[in-house]
Write a protein that binds this ligand. Structure first.
Ligand code: HEM
Length: 162
């Protein structure tokens, strides 16, 4: 008897579908292979770096907004200034890697100086929030320049050169 294997239509795969499925499998395998190394990178970040990244998001949002002032976006910028301030308050209580690597007898003095500079930064962020609440874009530009200087001076002094 001549037996034929009958494959129902819904199980038939054309070549292009087979190719797409293989490509998907390959992409998934790659994703699983790469994920652990990405996770290792995140684990290596200090808490301060993570908080600074959030500060950077707000800084960029406000910076972009000031280039094309649009009053309807003020609530978003005010929220960014608030978040930046909250994160800066938390950063003030953390110790930069560079200070941790200093000889122990120099650390207390350095922490005192770092905290004083963070207080100035926090005050500038509060000022940013105030001028944005007043809808004063011109003054917001002036305050933004202050933030820019505090950022570069803070990094010059307290960031490790990695
Ligand atoms: C708008 C202002 C600021 C922005 C946008 C900013 C942004 C950043 C970014 C993106 C990083 C690196 C995070 C990473 O590696 O992924 C960083 C690190 C750092 N920043 Fe800032 N920063 C600002 C202000 C400041 C100020 C005022 C200080 C100090 C007074 C400061 C001290 C540091 C230190 C010490 C690190 C290294 C973290 C560690 O040692 O663990 N930053 N910042």
């Amino acid at each position: 008897m001549n037996k034929r294997l009958i494959i129902p239509d819904q199980f038939r795969m054309n070549a292009s579908l087979l190719f797409r499925k293989s490509a998907l499998c390959l992409a998934l395998s790659l994703a699983f292979a790469v994920a652990p190394s990405l996770q290792a990178q995140t684990e290596e970040m200090t808490e301060m770096e993570e908080r600074m990244d959030i500060i950077q998001d707000g800084y960029r949002t406000i910076g972009r907004g000031l280039r094309r002032p649009d009053p309807s976006q003020l609530p978003e910028f005010i929220k960014s200034a608030e978040t930046m301030k909250e994160e800066a308050v938390k950063c003030k209580e953390l110790v930069p890697l560079k200070i941790k690597q200093m000889p122990e007898d120099q650390q207390a003095e350095a922490i005192k100086k770092y905290k004083a500079e963070m207080d100035v930064f926090i005050a500038t962020l509060e000022e940013m929030k105030t001028v944005l609440e007043a809808g004063d874009f011109e003054q917001a530009n002036v305050v933004f320049d202050k933030l820019k200087n505090e950022k570069s001076e803070g990094h010059e002094e307290w960031k490790t050169d990695d």
